[in-house]
Design a protein around this ligand. Structure first.
Ligand SMILES: Nc1ncnc2c1ncn2[C@@H]1O[C@H](COP(=O)(O)OP(=O)(O)OP(=O)(O)O)[C@@H](O)[C@H]1O
Length: 924
């Protein structure tokens, strides 16, 4: 039946009734050979899918209608779902009195099995507990991966930041916020703004502890929760129910499982393993840092030019997915990292074996996704053939590794030995019966070789015999009738027929019954041919049915081995990713980093992994240790400060995914987190205040970084007025140096900050050198110790030919600007041996050690008096007037408050508030 029959009236009603049942964005309903959208849905999707809208009348009204043939639904569905829509599908089935329709599946961005995207496609669940812990669950229905974790923080805000960071890292296609999270406007807004995920409000009771635990145990087995340590009570709440249901990640997991079930996705059997991971295994990389370091896409949103795109030479899509996951989730545990680096080293040293493995892998298909397709029942014979062909590669890959002594001794051999090879060979044998070139449909036979099933062999014999009779019929008839232009053929409408050219129809015997006349010929049949035809059709039908049954049986057996396919797929992916890292290392002259538990960073001739691809790169060293923990990086604009700092972060990150690194040598003390704060131009485009964003990011860093973290700050404070900027940069430096003690690189244009090196023990200056000798500025790109020339900007202006009076005047203005207030540098305790009270006199541009306070070891003590003394001593009434004139009468009060502020005792957000308040007072 086609959609043009007269049944539309009832159909439209049925459509709207079904539409009421679902909260999906669109409904598409099968009507015979078509899937149809009606009403508003038809109007909306016709634009999106470029479909023609026709009008159908029903009960006196007209309804828009748009449809696609049944076999064309998938690509259209994909288009809608990949744009973030959820689409319900109502299928039609035969009943005793006609047919009925019901919603069989809701296809959503997180449950789209037909995906062609190379990346993992995660459906994420996130719940929050009363005490601000977060439970996260991630499921990729296309591969069966299922991960959960719990996230907490020192305070609710930090916990939310961390939870969002984890969510962001998985780049989910769809997020199911739990009941508490969906009421948290700020969290929801962040998901909306900063991810491409569709937000779906799954029914709240699915997140309830009891239900969720039940669903999780049912899926992964009673014992699973206990075996991965999730059966106890909550981690942070002290004790808990024996059901384990108040572990928030189980609530999220249970909700995901019920959602997958209720959308009719039907892949649950491919979800065989619940992985609970601890944040402690991984390097903390907040969402901002992932973007700033351009790990998987550039700041402009392009994939090309990202770190991942640069180092990715994988041969398979599972290998690509895995390598990307490594880049997004660098690790901290040395054993894993050493194992990976051993694998990379082995492949790097053995080009032949590496290339053999890579070439072999080139023929591999995506076993994890094929396993999910089998579980869902959508895998066809070609898919099973792909499973077989990929299983075939395992022995070849293992052999290439085991027969090379350098590889046989490496962790690569362990990876190759991980999957159960015997079981893989057995499954491969079961699939041997699939023919080499199976048809795309699974219901019409032709899928199996002989020898798979006796009954089928018998049918095939009889079918072939009958076909043989037909194949030789034309010769027999020609002989018997003397007709030369005679042929036997078959088509859909006439079945088998004998066709005779018009010139010879006179010779046609009586036993021929005419079927139809064509322009130049006549078609006939005979009783015997009819009889044979019926037999063939019957045989074909039975063969089709039997093969379909056998096929489904085989597909179920494949689905039941999802765990095996996942383990083979995973091993091949790992080898692919390691070979890719090795290839990049060899081709780009990278070295194996020496990893240590923590501590120093020592990089010789380091390069930026992405910039070196397109530039004649000037390598630079970096040394950071106990005595040299905070580097203030100065240098003219465009000299290479950002590149240098990013290169340090990227080299550290590469080392912590197990890769080689772009350097002549590198010793890397493993870090627990990488934090960055760099230019926020993209935020501006979103209409948020740059300064606000900058301060939020700074606040996050000051809260989250530890003495084992690497912090990169680029131009912090630039988003506000100079004095505010310097003050905040200054205070942040002290705080990072004294309290946090992270390894920090801080690029700044505030030359004032370079003076901190003289007074804070572990602060050192480096600068990116430029040569200005021949009246030309040449960027040398070399990083050298010490600060840059402070008046470089004006000097450059001079060199660039700016008229002398302007250069002179700018020097005068600069001096004037410096005539202000003294700032103290406060050293921390510990190694520094107490407080160093230092007065930075902006007026004279010099630092003076405050006699009264130095050497007292009196930590945190203020030297306000000395500050005002300095002020008084300056006694520059011109300057004071100028300040008043520009900033109003409140200026001095503001400055006094600023000077009196205990920066290291003040929360960053408080600092921000104060800074804003001062700014407002000065603006008045
Ligand atoms: N070591 C290097 N070798 C070769 N080219 C480099 C090197 N470092 C940086 N560059 C190039 O120099 C340019 C400027 O670098 P970068 O943006 O790091 O400068 P910057 O000092 O941070 O600038 P600004 O102060 O204006 O932010 C970039 O195009 C970069 O590719």
């Amino acid at each position: 039946m086609s959609h043009s029959d007269g049944e539309v009236g009832g159909i439209v009603g049925e459509f709207f009734a079904l539409k009421d049942e679902t909260d999906a964005d669109y409904l598409v309903m099968q009507v015979g050979d078509f899937y149809e959208f009606f009403g508003d849905d038809a109007e909306a999707v016709s634009d999106l899918l470029d479909l023609k809208v026709s009008q159908k009348s029903s009960h006196g009204s007209n309804y828009p209608m748009a449809g696609v043939p049944v076999d064309k639904l998938t690509p259209h569905l994909k288009q809608l779902v990949e744009r973030g829509y959820r689409v319900a599908i109502a299928d039609q089935h035969e009943t005793a009195d006609g047919h009925a329709r019901e919603i069989t599946r809701v296809v959503t961005p997180g449950t789209l099995l037909e995906t062609t995207r190379a990346d993992a496609q995660y459906l994420a669940g996130v719940v929050r507990t009363d005490d601000a812990r977060y439970g996260l669950a991630f499921a990729d229905v296309t591969t069966g991966r299922f991960l959960v974790t719990e996230v907490e923080g020192p305070d609710p805000e930090a916990a939310a930041d961390r939870a969002f960071t984890e969510l962001y890292r998985f780049d989910p296609a769809e997020v199911l916020p739990g009941p508490e999270v969906r009421n948290d406007d700020a969290f929801v807004e962040r998901i909306r703004e900063r991810t491409d995920a569709t937000l779906t409000l799954h029914r709240a009771d699915a997140f309830a502890p009891g239900r969720a635990t039940h669903a999780t145990k049912e899926q992964f087995g009673e014992e699973t929760l206990a075996s991965i340590g999730l059966d106890g009570g909550s981690r942070g709440a002290g004790g808990g129910s024996p059901s384990g249901g108040d572990r928030p990640q189980i609530r999220a997991a249970g909700a995901l499982l019920s959602y997958v079930e209720e959308t009719g996705t039907g892949v649950k059997s491919s979800m065989t393993r619940l992985q609970n991971y601890e944040g402690d295994d991984h390097v903390s990389l907040d969402a901002t840092t992932q973007r700033n370091l351009e790990l998987t896409e550039t700041m402009q949103g392009d994939r090309d030019g990202s770190l991942f795109a640069t180092i990715d030479h994988t041969a398979t899509s599972p290998g690509k997915r895995l390598l990307k996951e490594w880049v997004q989730r660098p690790r901290r545990d040395l054993p894993t990292l050493r194992r990976r680096a051993d694998g990379v080293a082995a492949f790097a040293n053995s080009a032949l074996a590496r290339e053999t493995v890579r070439e072999t892998l080139d023929g591999a298909y995506d076993l994890e996704r094929l396993a999910s397709k089998a579980a869902h029942g959508s895998a066809d014979a070609r898919d099973l053939l792909r499973v077989r062909e990929t299983l075939d590669l395992l022995p070849a890959v293992a052999d290439a590794i085991e027969s090379d002594p350098r590889l046989a001794d490496s962790p690569l051999a362990e990876v190759a030995a991980r999957p159960d090879r015997e079981a893989a060979a057995a499954l491969r044998e079961e699939l041997a019966a699939i023919v080499e070139d199976p048809p795309g449909t699974v219901t019409e036979g032709g899928l199996f070789e002989r020898g798979h099933d006796d009954q089928l062999d018998d049918l095939i014999d009889r079918h072939e015999e009958a076909e043989e009779w037909i194949a030789t019929l034309d010769d027999r008839e020609k002989r018997e009738t003397g007709i030369t232009h005679l042929q036997v053929d078959r088509n859909k409408t006439d079945g088998y027929y004998i066709q005779v050219g018009n010139s010879e129809t006179g010779k046609v015997p009586d036993r021929y019954d005419r079927l139809k006349s064509l322009k130049n010929s006549e078609r006939y049949t005979t009783d015997e041919l009819n009889e044979r035809e019926r037999r063939i059709f019957r045989l074909e039908e039975r063969r089709g049915e039997l093969e379909y049954e056998l096929f489904r049986d085989l597909r179920e057996r494949v689905a039941a081995r999802a765990d095996l396919l996942q383990s083979v797929g995973r091993a091949l992916a790992e080898l692919d990713a390691l070979a890719s890292l090795a290839l990049h290392a060899v081709e780009n002259d990278w070295v194996r980093p020496e990893l240590r538990e923590s501590g120093d960073l020592d990089i010789e001739e380091g390069r930026h992994p992405v910039v070196e691809q397109t530039t004649q790169f000037v390598p630079n060293d970096l040394r950071m240790d106990e005595a040299r923990q905070f580097l203030v990086v100065t240098g003219p604009n465009m000299s290479g400060k950002s590149t240098y700092m990013r290169q340090v972060a990227l080299i550290t990150l590469l080392a912590q995914i197990g890769s080689f690194v772009p350097a002549a040598s590198a010793e890397i003390g493993v870090v627990d987190g990488i934090y960055t704060r760099v230019g926020a131009l993209d935020e501006l485009a979103q209409g948020r205040s740059t300064f606000m964003v900058e301060m939020q990011e700074l606040s996050n860093i000051l809260h989250s970084a530890t003495d084992e973290s690497l912090v990169i700050l680029d131009e912090v404070g630039r988003g506000t007025a100079t004095y505010d900027g310097i003050s905040i940069a200054w205070a942040a430096t002290e705080y990072l140096h004294n309290e946090v003690r992270s390894k920090t690189l801080f690029a700044t244009h505030y030359h004032e900050l370079t003076t901190l090196a003289d007074h804070l023990d572990r602060v050192e200056n480096v600068h990116v050198a430029a040569d200005e000798s021949d009246g030309d500025v040449t960027f040398l790109r070399t990083v050298e110790d010490g600060p840059t020339d402070r008046s470089y900007g004006i000097h450059v202006a001079d060199l660039a030919g700016v008229p002398a009076p302007v250069v002179e005047r700018s020097r005068g203005v600069l001096d004037k600007l410096r005539q202000d207030k003294a700032i103290e540098a406060k050293g921390g305790g510990g190694d520094s041996g107490g407080t160093k009270q230092v007065v930075f006199d902006v007026g004279s541009g010099e630092l003076k050690t405050d006699e009264g306070a130095s050497g007292t070891g009196n930590e945190g003590e203020k030297v306000n008096e000395s500050a005002s003394e300095t002020d008084a001593a300056t006694d520059d009434s011109d300057a004071t007037d100028a300040v008043r004139e520009e900033f109003g009468d409140d200026a001095e009060a503001v400055l006094a408050e600023l000077a009196a502020l205990e920066v290291s005792d003040t929360a960053p957000i408080e600092l921000l508030n104060r800074a804003q308040e001062w700014q407002e007072r000065l603006d008045e």
